[in-house]
Design a protein around this ligand. Structure first.
Ligand SMILES: [Zn+2]
Length: 426
């Protein structure tokens, strides 16, 4: 049986996927750890299985997305859908919006199947989820609806810019994308997150008082701390910072409030206050905006070259052809893949800074150590990440690395200056 070049490429991509899945077990495993005093041997083995299965599903998702997009463009389906829409609706920008909605619909089908196995079933199998199937489906449905609606309201803009400003449309699109990053970060805590979860003031008054005392020492206003109720969905523990300007907030999961002691929660929240005070969200948004402009320019240049060479065969007429939309997505996905090791390195650096901050606020090494061990037990984390996880997935230093740091860092005992002392009232 003979193969067309594009189909050969899809087969090659699938082959890479198969090889990746086959070698995963041996190559990507994190190391076992002997000092996890809270974890039993069974916990350690289950954490290892969770880590490895996460890698397997990550490879499946990434290679599957590349294969799907390549097939969609290479098989001519994208061009055929464009022709069919043009016949039915004419030349207007509504073709772009309908194409987008149909494309999201198609991808959502594959994404739902993937998310059911990789998220819902897998987390239940490891005892980390409490979510019912109905609630999972409704949360996933909301995510898809949000993507379809927000996407449809902006996706036509680059095509409109292309018609009006033939030389600078890519730059204006990049700037528009950067604006979208800022707006999304701003409204996520107040408009998007509440669609999925309940946010309340801290229910434990005694704990709230303790946390507000720490917040005051770090110059953070009292109304910035929230509790998010996720216990209907998850057994894992976590806390986070998001939003900018008036919407910036520090949020703790209710599961964390139930699973950890007060002093451990104080350390976790001091870490989050570090993110807040050191402006990590603002730094991330700034880099994302810069990346949006540069990546748009690069994607348009690469896309133009591909269309110049293969446009006739793919039946794609130019960068302003709606049939080229999946080609842009494929290029964006590959650029994201190449840049991921660098962005993760930056993320791990900011997480380490927040650990330094948290420890300098609480100045209790034993509590910090017990917090990481408790979180490792509840979240089924491995002590050390394998090279593959570190390269493509690890946003935080491994639990083992964090433990080693909090055991040894104690400048206040040696009368040495604190790294973030200027942000913290004694
Ligand atoms: Zn953090």
């Amino acid at each position: 049986m003979s193969c067309q070049p594009i189909q050969r490429r899809i087969l090659a991509a699938l082959l890479i996927c198969a090889i990746g899945l086959a070698v995963e077990g041996a190559a990507f495993s994190g190391e076992l750890d002997a000092d996890a005093s809270e974890q039993t041997q069974a916990d350690i083995e289950r954490a290892q299985q969770l880590h490895d299965s996460g890698n397997r599903y990550w490879i499946l998702k990434t290679v599957g997305s590349i294969a799907l997009l390549t097939f969609w463009i290479g098989s001519g389906l994208s061009a055929r859908l464009r022709d069919s829409l043009l016949r039915r609706t004419g030349q207007g920008l509504r073709v772009v919006i309908i194409y987008w909605l149909l494309f999201v619909g198609l991808c959502s089908f594959f994404w739902l199947v993937y998310a059911f196995f990789a998220g819902h079933l897998r987390l239940h199998a490891f005892g980390l989820s409490k979510q019912s199937f109905g609630r999972w489906l409704s949360q996933a449905g909301k995510e898809i609806a949000l993507l379809a609606i927000v996407g449809a309201s902006v996706i036509w803009i680059p095509y409109w810019l292309h018609r009006k400003y033939r030389r600078t449309w890519w730059l204006l699109t990049g700037i528009g994308l950067a604006a979208l990053v800022v707006i999304t970060t701003l409204v996520t805590p107040i408009w998007i997150d509440p669609l999925f979860f309940d946010f309340v003031q801290l229910e434990d008054r005694e704990l709230e008082e303790k946390l507000l005392r720490i917040a005051a020492r770090c110059g953070i206003e009292a109304d910035r701390i929230y509790q998010i109720n996720v216990s209907a969905d998850s057994r894992a523990v976590n806390a986070y910072v998001n939003g900018i300007f008036g919407t910036a907030r520090i949020v703790i999961w209710d599961t964390t409030l139930r699973g950890l002691r007060h002093d451990q929660i104080e350390f976790i929240m001091a870490h989050e206050m570090g993110h807040y005070v050191l402006g990590h969200v603002y730094t991330a948004v700034m880099w994302a905006c810069l990346a949006a402009v540069v990546a748009t320019g690069l994607a348009v240049a690469i896309c133009s070259q591909i269309i110049k060479k293969l446009g006739k065969r793919l039946k794609i007429r130019g960068t302003d052809d709606v049939a080229a939309m999946p080609l842009f997505m494929l290029i964006a996905l590959l650029m994201w893949l190449v840049s991921t090791p660098i962005t993760l390195m930056v993320s791990r650096h900011t997480e380490h800074e927040a650990d330094v901050f948290g420890l300098e606020v609480t100045q209790d090494n034993a509590v910090a150590e017990s917090t990481f061990l408790r979180m490792r037990k509840i979240n089924l984390s491995v002590a050390r990440h394998g090279w593959f996880y570190k390269l493509f997935r690890s946003t935080h230093p491994s639990s083992g690395e964090r433990l080693a740091f909090v055991r040894s860092y104690r400048p206040w005992e040696k009368d040495q200056p604190l790294r973030f002392g200027k942000y913290i009232d004694p």
